[in-house]
Design a protein around this ligand. Structure first.
Ligand SMILES: Nc1ncnc2c1ncn2[C@@H]1O[C@H](COP(=O)(O)OP(=O)(O)OP(=O)(O)O)[C@@H](O)[C@H]1O
Ligand SMILES: [Mg+2]
Length: 265
């Protein structure tokens, strides 16, 4: 059984002026309602890293929010581990699109946020340290987010998410706003962590190369109203290299074309 099962998922954001008469109306706008996701059916396996691509505004963040239980679907269901999602759960965690760290808390306190349920102080301390070390920030435990670089802040977010030991890790554009080198290093870190921990991970990215280098599976969504354009398992050996792997390069060109860029850069 799939770890995540999405069946006939449709999402309409209701405008203030009208209610939808027919959510399957082929017209994108009816009144000022917006049909964002249109009849999406997908299944992801336990432990997979799934990368989701699609044009800006197509509903990627909406899809993640629905899977995480922050947003109700208009139609259809999402099941995680067989259970229908109807509210946010402690077992899944969201790495937010933009800096989700609390500025008034240190690195140590931010990483400890998801561990409030651990009563034993020593166990909790050990767990926080383990994950701070995993992202190599042990010298910065007492720093506040504003004293860290953008890349270091992302690593704290990652440590915080992983420390919870969630069944499902959800990341919305985890590398946005990072410089090229930090982006490459963080990507490698996420791939290594995934190899090590094997958590089911969903990553939304607008970067086709990120998706092809990281994913065990790739999903390409169309422009709004969004439907699944491509769902493809990536059975390429790691570490992945476009130059050494013509199959991967070909897929890259196909996806560029699919997203409206005829000549892959
Ligand atoms: N809470 C909301 N209420 C009404 N409309 C919304 C809401 N959230 C998103 N939308 C609309 O839904 C559409 C999809 O938004 P979403 O943020 O899911 O797109 P996205 O694919 O993540 O875009 P991007 O790549 O730019 O992050 C947009 O047209 C947006 O205006
Ligand atoms: Mg988004």
């Amino acid at each position: 059984m799939s770890h995540i099962r999405i069946d006939n998922l449709t999402k309409v954001y209701m405008g203030r002026r009208s209610r939808p008469r027919n959510i399957h109306d082929p017209e994108e706008h009816f009144g000022d309602n917006i049909l964002v996701l249109n009849d999406i059916t997908l299944g992801f396996e336990e432990g997979e890293m799934v990368c989701i691509l699609g044009p800006s505004g197509c509903g990627k963040s909406t899809l993640l929010r629905i899977i995480a239980g922050f947003e109700p679907p208009t139609n259809g269901t999402v099941r995680v581990g067989g259970q229908v999602v109807s509210a946010p759960s402690d077992q899944s965690i969201f790495v937010f699109q933009q800096g989700g760290l609390f500025p008034w808390m240190t690195v140590y306190e931010n990483v400890g946020l998801g561990l409030r349920h651990i009563r034993d102080a020593a166990t909790k301390h050990e767990r926080i340290q383990e994950y701070v070390e995993m992202v190599e920030l042990e010298a910065f435990e007492d720093y506040y987010p504003h004293q860290l670089s953008g890349g270091m802040q992302r690593r704290v977010e990652l440590a915080r998410a992983l420390a919870v030991n969630p069944d499902l890790l959800i990341m919305d554009e985890p590398f946005s706003g990072l410089d090229f080198l930090t982006h490459m290093k963080m990507r490698e870190e996420v791939v290594n962590m995934h190899e090590f921990l094997r958590k089911t991970t969903l990553v939304v990215t607008h970067d086709i190369d990120d998706a092809l280098i990281m994913g065990d599976r790739i999903v390409v969504l169309s422009g709004r109203p969004s439907a699944v354009k491509l769902m493809h398992a990536l059975n390429f050996p790691r570490p992945r290299d476009f130059e050494k792997n013509p199959g991967l390069s070909r897929l890259r060109s196909e996806i560029f074309l699919m997203l409206g860029v005829p000549y892959a850069v």
